[in-house]
Design a protein around this ligand. Structure first.
Ligand code: HEC
Length: 170
């Protein structure tokens, strides 16, 4: 019985999450790389013990143009904690649980037909390339799992995807 109740709760939660993710993100004309076929990253860390995780991707590939003192809304600081606080403090960049509404994900995942330079990292320098699907998927999963990080003393994410263990990405 208890298991049934838990299952019900899980399904309710799944429905709630997918309705959040289905919200229009206000950026039409986007053509996005398909991330559905990639393996899910369970329990994605903002920064893991080996220096990997979402922060290290942003630090390596975005910090040059997105410095703390620069004019951008998205800013990468020299510590993971400070960067996370800056990131979550800017409305719309990361919307926890709703990766497809989060500008951070859309900018690295999608081409904007009316604004060719919209996709990040901006390739005004050579060599320059978009992030591989595996990095895009990691950032997707981090947001979809609640965009957690130690800066806020949060517990690690324990969210596992709900679509019958198939990809929860859209
Ligand atoms: C070569 C410089 C350059 C690099 C590298 C770069 N960006 Fe940008 N980014 C820009 C510029 C310029 C803008 C503002 C113009 C615009 O909105 O397109 C911008 C805007 C953004 C925005 C919109 C919010 C804001 O701060 O204005 C996001 C989100 C973003 N970039 C994410 C990224 C991510 C993630 C990376 C790394 C994977 C990255 N960028 C790498 C130059 C860069």
């Amino acid at each position: 019985m208890r298991q049934l109740a838990q299952l019900g709760l899980l399904m309710f939660w799944a429905a709630a999450v997918s309705s959040i993710a289905a919200e229009p993100h206000g950026t039409p004309n986007l053509a996005c790389d398909d991330l559905r076929a990639l393996p899910l990253n369970i329990n994605v860390q903002w920064q893991d013990d080996e220096g990997g995780g979402v922060y290290s991707i942003l630090r390596t590939h975005c910090a040059a143009c997105h410095s703390v003192s620069g004019p951008r809304r998205f800013r990468v600081a020299s510590t993971a904690d400070q960067t996370l606080q800056l990131l979550l403090g800017e409305p719309g960049l990361v919307i926890a649980l709703a990766a497809r509404s989060s500008e951070l994900l859309l900018r690295i995942n999608c081409v904007n037909a009316v604004q060719p330079s919209w996709r990040m990292p901006r390739c005004s320098t050579v060599p320059c390339s978009y992030r591989p699907l595996s990095d895009q998927a990691l950032i997707y999963d981090w947001i979809a799992q609640g965009a957690r990080g130690e800066a806020f003393g949060q517990a690690q994410s324990d969210v596992v995807f709900t679509d019958s263990l198939e990809s929860g990405r859209r």
